[in-house]
Ligand binder design. Structure first.
Ligand SMILES: Cc1ncc(COP(=O)(O)O)c(C=O)c1O
Length: 320
């Protein structure tokens, strides 16, 4: 059995494939386009190749909001392809799926409704305390048939404690489990779904604002256009080689984290190290983003002097 996802997949997908016993050698990582979205033509070729080898393609995992850049795969096209090819369509919407709550962003997730299963986290863009992951499975019978086991000590009854057609243990691997849903339900009751959508839309506008701040800084290079709430950029000077820039940016991130001003993270995009900002906090303000940019530029300048690295500032036109 073979599953397919993009090269921008989260490691959670590889771990899941390992956990269910299929093994990562049977997870194909399909190439992405310039906007980091899974390429359907490459997917179709890979499925065809595997079928010719006698293997059994069974599942495609699309991503709604990749961890590196927030890219959203063409869910409509993948969903249609999976329906035509009789493949299970799973969507990893860890943080991005909840963008559906913002009316202005909903269209970007077109096709998510075709999913056979969808995983997303309330502990990401819904600000719920860790952990509060959620999975939705379209076919309730298949879902129950997978997990439901009712030995004599778990036998249902017409009334009293054993009553009720469906128990949580019928829907997943755990028998005893925490009541995570309570805090999600309370937050939704308290704030209302629309408020969550407003905060998400605001974070996306803030990512665009941050991208503009970066474009104006001669020492900073924007590495991706924002699709959702993630921005990737780096400190750059012309005349520096890739390896020293990678090291420099890693030091900058550590400096900024240790300064306590902001908590950028790092990733690699097409082989170069990038500073990654993921704005999911409902308390984030424009001033915080200005302080972040200042902190990165200052840390970069200090490091250049400290390590005797030479180089010219980029022209602001060097930015996309
Ligand atoms: C796209 C994507 N998938 C999966 C995960 C894993 O989520 P979690 O940390 O809740 O297991 C994340 C986040 O870290 C993610 O961004």
């Amino acid at each position: 059995m073979v599953a397919y996802t993009s090269t921008e997949q989260h490691q959670a997908v590889t771990k899941a494939i390992e956990l269910i016993g299929i093994g990562r050698d049977n997870l194909r990582r399909i190439a992405v386009d310039d906007a980091f979205r899974l390429r359907i033509d490459c997917l179709a070729e890979a499925v065809e190749r595997d079928r010719q080898k006698g293997l059994q393609p069974f599942c495609v995992i699309g991503t709604a909001g990749t961890v590196n850049t927030g890219a959203i795969d063409d869910l409509d096209a993948i969903g249609t392809y999976c329906r035509d090819e009789r493949l299970w369509f799973h969507v990893d919407g860890a943080f991005g799926a909840l963008a559906i709550l913002a009316p202005a962003l909903r269209h970007r997730l077109r096709g998510i409704a075709l999913a056979d299963s969808l995983a997303f986290d309330f502990h990401k863009w819904a600000h719920i305390q860790y952990d509060a992951g959620c999975v939705l499975v379209r076919d309730g019978h298949a879902h129950r048939d997978t997990f439901s086991m009712r030995p004599p000590y778990l036998h249902g009854a017409e009334r009293a404690l054993g009553a009720g057609a469906e128990w949580p243990c019928d829907l997943g691997p755990e028998l005893s489990r925490g009541f995570r849903a309570l805090r999600i339900w309370m937050a939704i009751k308290e704030h209302g779904i629309a408020r969550f959508g407003e905060q998400i839309a605001r974070n996306v506008r803030q990512a665009e604002y941050l991208a503009n701040l970066i474009r104006k800084e001669p020492d900073l290079e924007l590495l991706t256009e924002p699709t959702l709430n993630i921005i990737c950029f780096r400190f750059n000077r012309t005349g520096c080689d890739v390896a020293s820039l990678d090291r420099l940016n890693e030091e900058i991130v550590a400096d900024v984290q240790e300064s306590g001003i902001a908590v950028p993270s790092m990733t690699s995009l097409r082989g170069i190290r990038a500073i990654r900002i993921n704005i999911t906090n409902h308390r984030c303000r424009s001033e915080d983003l200005q302080a972040l940019v200042r902190a990165v530029v200052d840390a970069g300048a200090r490091r250049l002097v400290g390590e005797g690295i030479r180089g010219e500032a980029l022209s602001p036109r060097g930015n996309p």
